[in-house]
Design a protein around this ligand. Structure first.
Ligand code: GDP
Length: 469
C-alpha cells in the first residue's frame, strides 16, 4: 500500500507547526514529497515537473489557516491544483449540481450528464468513434454509452464493430446490444473496417438513427497499421466525438498511447475505465496534460450502467492518496479528543445518534477551529459541506445550540422524542432561546440522524471514505 501524501507531508512539515505562512523552504520540502507521491501514482515525469512548478508558485506566501499544519495546507493547495488540471473544461461544472440529495436524484443526474458531456448535436446520424488498445474497455464502453444515450436522451442508437481481426469482438458487441436493447449493425464477414463504417452510416441514415457508435479494433500495443486503419476510418466518417478509451491501470504507457492516438488519429476526449479498481489514476493526469483533451467519462464497473461523468475530485484524491477522510480529520484537528470521537464513530456505525452525541460533536467542531477551512481539506467532502452549509453551522450558532442541549435533562437528550410543547418551553427559557429555535435544533438532529443511517448503510466512515476516495 502507498502512503498518502498527507501522511508524508505530515511528517516532513510537522516541525513547522505554528508558522503564519508557507515559506519557500516549506514548499521545497513539501514538493519533494509531492513529486514522489505523483510518480508513485504513475504520473509521467514531465507532467510531474510542470505540475510541481505551478503549485510551488501558488503555495509560497499562503496563509496557513488556524488549526492545520503547513503540511496540510500544502496538501490542500496541491489537491486544488490537481483538480483544476484534471477537470479542464468538462467535469468542473458537474459535481455541485449533481450532488446526491439522498433520494438517488443526484445519482440519476450524474448519470444523465454522461449524455450531456458528449458532443452529439450535429445532424443525425452523429458518428462517435471509439479508439484504444485491446482490452481497454472499448466495446463495453460503446454499449454503456449506447444504453445511456437511449435511456437518458431517448436517442436511437446503432452500434457497429469494425474489428475484423477478431470475429469474437463483433459478436461481443452484438451480445451487448441485445442485452442493452441497442441495435447493432448486422455482421457481414469479409468487409474492411472502412466498408463496415460506411455501411453503418448508410444504415444510420436509412434507419433514422440519431447516433452511430463505431467500435474500432484494438491491438495489444500501438502499431502503425492500426493507427492508419483507425485514422482512415476517422477521415471517412468525420465523427463528432473520437473517444480514446484507456484503462486507469495503464500506468506509464498512458503517455505513449495518448500521444500516438492524439497525433495519428486525433481524439476529442478520453474515457477512463476500471476506475472501480485500485489504480492510483496518475495516467489520467498524464493524458490530460499531454493531449490537452478532456477526460469526459469514467467506467466504474463491468455492468452496463457503470458509467459516469469524469469526476476530477475523485481522481485527484486518489492520486494524492487522500481517500482516508478519517485520518485527515484526525490530523487536521490535533486538539480533538480521540476517545470521544471514537465513541461517536462507533455509535454512528451502529446508526445511533442522540442529542448527547450531537452535543459532543458540536464541541469537537468548535475545538477544530475553522470549520469551513477544515472541511475544505477533506477530499470529496462537497456533499457533507453542503449539508453543513444548509444547517448553517458557524461558531456562534453552535454555541447557541450547545446551550439548548445543555438545558435539557439527560433523559431528554437520550430520548428526544419525549420533548413535547411544555418541555420545549422550559428548554427555551433555560437556554435563553425560543421554542422555534429548539424545534430547529430537534429537526437538525433528526436530519443528522438520517445522515448517519445513510452512512451506516454505506459501511460507516470507512465505507464513506472509500467511496469518496
Ligand atoms: P476492448 O477490447 O477494448 O473492447 O475491451 P472490452 O470492452 O472487451 O473490456 C475488457 C474487459 O474489461 C471486459 O471484461 C469488461 O467487462 C471489463 N471492463 C470494461 N470497463 C470496465 C470498468 O469500467 N470496470 C471494470 N471493472 N471492468 C471493465
Amino acid at each position: 500500500m502507498f502512503e498518502g501524501l498527507s501522511g508524508r507531508l505530515g511528517d516532513v512539515l510537522e516541525k513547522l507547526r505554528g508558522k503564519g505562512s508557507i515559506s519557500q523552504d516549506d514548499v521545497n520540502a513539501a514538493m519533494r514529497e509531492v513529486r514522489i507521491a505523483l510518480l508513485e501514482a504513475d504520473v509521467a515525469l514531465p507532467v510531474v515537473k510542470d505540475f510541481v512548478n505551478t503549485v510551488k508558485t501558488r503555495a509560497v506566501g499562503q496563509e496557513v489557516i488556524k488549526s492545520v499544519t503547513p503540511g496540510q495546507m500544502v496538501v490542500k493547495i496541491v489537491h486544488d491544483a490537481l483538480v483544476e488540471m484534471l477537470a479542464g473544461q468538462i467535469g468542473a461544472q458537474a459535481p455541485d449540481e449533481a450532488e446526491d440529495d439522498g433520494k438517488g436524484e443526484g445519482e440519476r443526474k450524474k448519470r444523465d450528464r454522461v449524455a450531456e458531456v458528449l458532443n452529439i448535436n450535429a445532424t443525425p446520424p452523429v458518428p462517435i468513434l471509439m479508439v484504444g488498445l485491446q482490452g481497454s474497455g472499448k466495446t463495453t464502453t460503446s454499449a454503456k454509452i449506447g444504453l445511456r444515450l437511449k435511456t437518458a436522451m431517448r436517442k436511437k442508437v446503432l452500434m457497429a464493430s469494425l474489428d475484423v481481426q477478431r470475429p469474437a469482438a463483433q459478436h461481443q458487441l452484438a451480445v451487448l446490444g441485445e442485452q442493452t436493447g441497442v441495435d447493432t449493425l448486422p455482421i457481414i464477414m469479409g468487409q474492411k473496417p472502412t466498408q463496415i463504417a460506411k455501411r453503418a452510416l448508410d444504415e444510420g441514415r436509412k434507419g433514422g438513427y440519431d447516433v452511430v457508435i463505431l467500435d474500432t479494433a484494438g491491438r495489444l500495443a500501438i502499431d502503425e497499421e492500426l493507427m492508419e486503419e483507425v485514422a482512415e476510418v476517422r477521415k471517412i466518417t468525420n465523427p463528432a466525438e473520437t473517444l480514446l478509451v484507456t484503462d486507469a491501470m495503464i500506468g506509464q504507457d498512458a503517455v505513449t498511447v495518448a500521444t500516438e492516438f492524439n497525433e495519428k488519429v486525433g481524439i476529442s476526449g478520453i474515457v477512463l475505465t476500471r476506475v472501480d479498481g485500485d489504480a492510483r489514476g496518475g495516467a489520467a493526469l498524464s493524458m490530460r496534460a499531454i493531449t490537452g483533451r478532456p477526460i469526459k467519462l469514467m467506467g466504474v464497473g463491468e455492468k452496463m450502467d457503470a458509467l459516469e461523468e469524469f469526476q476530477a475530485e475523485r481522481i485527484a484524491g486518489r492520486i494524492l492518496g487522500m481517500g482516508d477522510v478519517v485520518s485527515l480529520v484526525e490530523k487536521a484537528a490535533q486538539s480533538i479528543q480521540m476517545d470521544e470521537a471514537e465513541k461517536i464513530a462507533r455509535r454512528m456505525e451502529k446508526g445511533k445518534f442522540d442529542l448527547e452525541d450531537m452535543l459532543s460533536q458540536f464541541r469537537q467542531i468548535r475545538r477544530m477551529g475553522d470549520v469551513k477551512g477544515l472541511m475544505g481539506l477533506m477530499p470529496g467532502i462537497g456533499k457533507m459541506k453542503k449539508q453543513i452549509d444548509a444547517a448553517n453551522i458557524d461558531d456562534s450558532l453552535i454555541k447557541r445550540q450547545e446551550a439548548i442541549i445543555l438545558s435539557m435533562t439527560v433523559r431528554e437528550r437520550r430520548h428526544p422524542e419525549i420533548i413535547k410543547a411544555s418541555r420545549k418551553k422550559r428548554i427555551a427559557a433555560g437556554s435563553g432561546s425560543t421554542v422555534p429555535e429548539v424545534n430547529k435544533l430537534l429537526k437538525q438532529h433528526q436530519q443528522m440522524g438520517a445522515m448517519m443511517k445513510q452512512m451506516k448503510k454505506m459501511g460507516g466512515m470507512k465505507g464513506l471514505a472509500e467511496r469518496m476516495g
